[in-house]
Design a protein around this ligand. Structure first.
Ligand SMILES: [Zn+2]
Length: 357
């Protein structure tokens, strides 16, 4: 289901876009495309821009923004574009319902029209039919298996384009049926410009971007979710602040956490905390192996852990790894956080439940 969006050139994607538009002009565009790259660098925006350039009356090439197809795409009314977007549909997981026809789909999860229904139709505008899948790693196994069928027989002048930051979560059989295009974070000046447009500048912007490995989208998400405050808390914890205090502060921290329910939001909060802590601990390993703090995203925070000696570092790292690994199986998020914190210092015996907002 496509919705209205601002159609503008994505930063840092120009070369692969031009290359693939050229391939389309020479009738060499593959039917299946997988765009890889870090989260938050605008991969999905770039795919929509790419689709616009295929539909454009002046194309294939940079969209003119003025012709009928360009305007319909920008308005979300282009009949030959199908967008699979679990995030916009409010679902954590892309179930088979998104992919297979309704009578074949399971009875749980999304029940709207599916990719397969769209692909039964002829192109209304006589050109390309395009399916875009946002965050394709959200497809569960049944959905991925159903998706394979559409990749095998996409039909004439049909493009199926996926994007993900987590290719290892896709079936090998899917990856082997698509042409993989790898992208990177945009140039630093462009990324800083994106942050500036969101009102973040100076040292804050530089710090956020470094922590997010140059991805402006990830930096903005971190700012929204209270990432800097969470990191400060972790720094205090690794410097010796009692686990019980750290735990209490974590659940009081302000931030907008993804999730439809308070329980889902608590899970997001816990997994962000575990991700950040793990990133710090892994940077401590890199420091101990000889990396320079200024080359690492969390080198400054990790500096207090690196000199501890291998055994001590491992004692801290193991429970974080285990806790992070168990996030997807939906254990109670406060319990997971406690398990991670337990590796460093004993918790006070008084139980403390989070107050989900
Ligand atoms: Zn156009």
């Amino acid at each position: 289901v496509s919705s209205e969006f601002e159609l503008k050139p994505p930063l840092g994607h120009e070369s692969w876009l031009q290359g693939l538009w050229r391939a389309a002009a020479q009738d060499r565009l593959p039917h299946g495309l997988l765009l890889l790259g870090p989260a938050g660098i605008g991969k999905f925006t770039a795919l929509r821009w790419f689709a616009a350039g295929l539909f454009c009356s002046e194309g294939p090439g940079t969209p003119c923004l003025a012709c009928g197809p360009c305007r319909r795409l920008a308005a979300g009314t282009h009949a030959d574009l199908w967008v699979v977007d679990a995030v916009a549909s409010g679902e954590d997981v892309l179930t088979i319902g998104f992919i297979a026809q309704r009578e074949k789909a399971a009875t749980t999860g999304y029940k709207g029209p599916a990719v397969a229904d769209f692909l039964e139709l002829k192109a209304r505008e006589g050109g390309w039919r395009i399916v875009l899948v946002r965050e394709a790693e959200r497809m569960n196994e049944a959905a991925q298996n159903a998706f394979l069928k559409t990749l095998e027989e996409p039909g004439q002048q049909t493009l199926i384009a996926l994007e993900t930051a987590w290719p290892s979560r896709l079936l090998d059989t899917i990856r082997s049926r698509v042409v993989v295009v790898e992208t990177q974070a945009p140039p630093r000046a462009d990324a800083l410009e994106v942050l500036l447009q969101a009102g973040i500048q100076g040292v804050d912007a530089v710090d956020l971007l470094r922590r997010s490995k140059g991805s402006p989208g990830a930096a903005l998400a971190s700012a929204r979710e209270g990432g800097p405050a969470m990191l400060e808390l972790l720094g205090q914890y690794f410097a010796g602040r009692p686990a019980a205090e750290v735990r209490r502060n974590l659940w009081e921290l302000d931030g907008e956490f993804d999730g439809k329910t308070p329980a889902a939001q608590s899970r997001t909060r816990a997994s962000l905390f575990l991700d950040l802590g793990l990133a710090v601990l892994l940077d401590a390993e890199r420091l101990a192996a000889g990396a320079r703090a200024e080359d690492l995203a969390f080198g400054d925070v990790a500096a207090s852990i690196a000199p501890l000696g291998e055994q001590e570092r491992r004692r801290r790292l193991a429970p974080w790894l285990e806790a992070r690994q168990d996030v997807p199986i939906h254990l109670a998020p406060d319990g997971l956080v406690d398990r991670a914190l337990m590796g460093h210092a004993p918790l006070s015996p008084a139980p403390l439940s989070p107050a989900p907002r």
